[in-house]
Design a binder for this molecule. Structure first.
Ligand code: PLP
Length: 417
């Protein structure tokens, strides 16, 4: 590890970056789909900064827009035309986006959505699902990756804190995902302000919504006056340019966007139906932030969205992503590893030794340790993938990168995992 790391608590600036084998990595450079670490090792990158870099690490147009903006303004404590351009693009791309508010991280944007839902319904309780991640704040960093032995009844899970020092709210109900009857039983109380979920569960496991599940949740939210919030921080612009909601055809009331929205700049957004977003617009619901819609980030956001809207990046990602998913299936089958590759060309998950989990508890039955060993063996051979099973693709990955990745998979499997 770099010597200077002794000055940073734990050597990392996000808790999710600690505990990575062999040691927290320190990088010197990034370009295209490549990372260079401080020892000069070149890695093909499927982390992509935990998802944002959908156009790769240094897409010329985005970098140019940000550089140009540096000479114009950085932070004005007011508005610039850029944020209106970016917001308009979001309303064109995302079905639920009638109005937009930009924030500086997904975690913050989630808070705006929850506050808005409570204000709109005058109710206090929120339903979240076991294994879903909505940021690291006290009221949602609950039952994200609980120890199953302490997680209680699968149909009525305990609300497990994720960290020391966390204030636990009595207003959060944790349920297993993909079980609409349980949700309806709770909604009938008339006390639930909002349901928040990842519409495809990518943070833990890579779990797809059961057929008809999202549609039914949409229906009962409307029936019982509960606000439906899709957290599309990962799925946004990756499942499709219109996110999971565009691809799966279910429109929530409010949506959280982040990550691929700005190709690595610190931007997130809460978007949604006018009737809810107007509560924020009129100031009844407070949403602040010194760095919200900072000019350089907005220049990057507007340019990223224009490029995504053109559809061009997806042509490449569809091809390379499908080739990679198919290639992985082929290699794991050859090595006689029971596996499943689920998801979409721009974001998918690999499961070892159990097929088709439906929720957190079943996803925990996957052979995670075996996968972590696989990811480690890939890393030391120059391919960086997430130990939790997720792969992110960018439009900078080329066919030759996929070939090299699959060659490495073959080598790793031959050596045995
Ligand atoms: C689904 C989901 N929601 C919210 C967040 C929090 O976003 P941020 O890290 O920008 O605060 C993340 C981050 O990984 C996420 O995956």
């Amino acid at each position: 590890m770099e010597e200077g790391a002794i000055y940073v608590a734990g050597g990392v600036n996000s808790g999710f970056r600690s505990g990575i084998r062999p040691t927290p990595l320190v990088f010197a450079r990034a370009f295209g789909c490549r990372l260079i670490d401080i020892d000069g090792n070149e890695l093909i990158d499927y982390y992509l900064g935990m998802g944002p870099m959908i156009l790769g690490h240094n897409p010329a147009q985005v970098i140019e827009a940000a550089k140009n903006q540096l000479d114009i303004s950085v932070l004005v404590g007011g508005q610039t035309p850029l944020e209106y351009q970016a917001a308009q693009l979001l309303t064109e791309l995302v079905n639920s986006a009638e109005l937009v508010r930009f924030a500086s991280s997904g975690s913050e944007a989630v808070q705006v959505a929850l506050r808005t839902a409570r204000a709109a319904t005058k109710r206090w309780k929120i339903i979240k699902f076991e294994g879903h991640y909505h940021g690291w704040f006290d009221n949602v960093f609950l039952s994200v990756s609980p120890d199953i032995s302490k997680a209680g009844d699968p149909l009525n899970p305990h609300v497990n804190p994720g960290t020391a020092g966390q204030e636990i709210s009595n207003n959060v109900i944790v349920l297993p995902w993909n079980n609409v009857e349980l949700i309806e039983a709770h909604l009938k109380s008339g006390e639930i302000a909002a349901i928040i979920m990842e519409p495809v569960m990518f943070n833990i496991g890579g779990v797809m919504p059961a057929s008809g599940y999202l549609e039914r949740v949409r229906e009962i939210c409307t029936k019982y006056g509960t606000v439906l919030i899709f957290d599309e921080v990962i799925t946004g612009f990756r499942v499709s340019v219109g996110g999971a909601q565009g691809h799966l055809g279910v429109t929530p009331d409010l949506t959280i966007l982040g990550k691929a929205l700005a190709n690595g700049f610190a931007v997130a957004a809460i978007v949604g139906k006018r009737e809810f977003m107007n509560l924020v617009g009129t100031g009844q619901v407070m949403h602040g932030g010194t760095y919200n819609s900072q000019s350089i980030s907005m220049a990057a956001t507007a340019t990223t969205l224009q490029i995504l809207k053109s559809g061009i990046p997806y042509r490449n990602i569809d091809e390379t992503g499908k080739a990679l998913m198919d290639g992985l299936r082929r290699e794991f089958s050859r090595a006689r590893i029971e596996h499943e590759v689920v998801g979409y060309p721009a974001v998918f998950n690999v499961h070892f030794d159990l097929k088709s989990p439906t929720d957190y508890r079943t996803a925990m039955q996957l052979n995670r340790l075996r996968y972590q060993n696989f990811a480690f063996e890939m890393l030391i051979r120059g391919i960086r993938i997430l130990p939790r099973g997720t792969w992110f693709l960018s439009s900078a990955h080329e066919g030759s990168d996929i070939d090299r990745t699959l060659d490495t998979v073959r080598e790793v499997l031959k050596a045995g995992i």
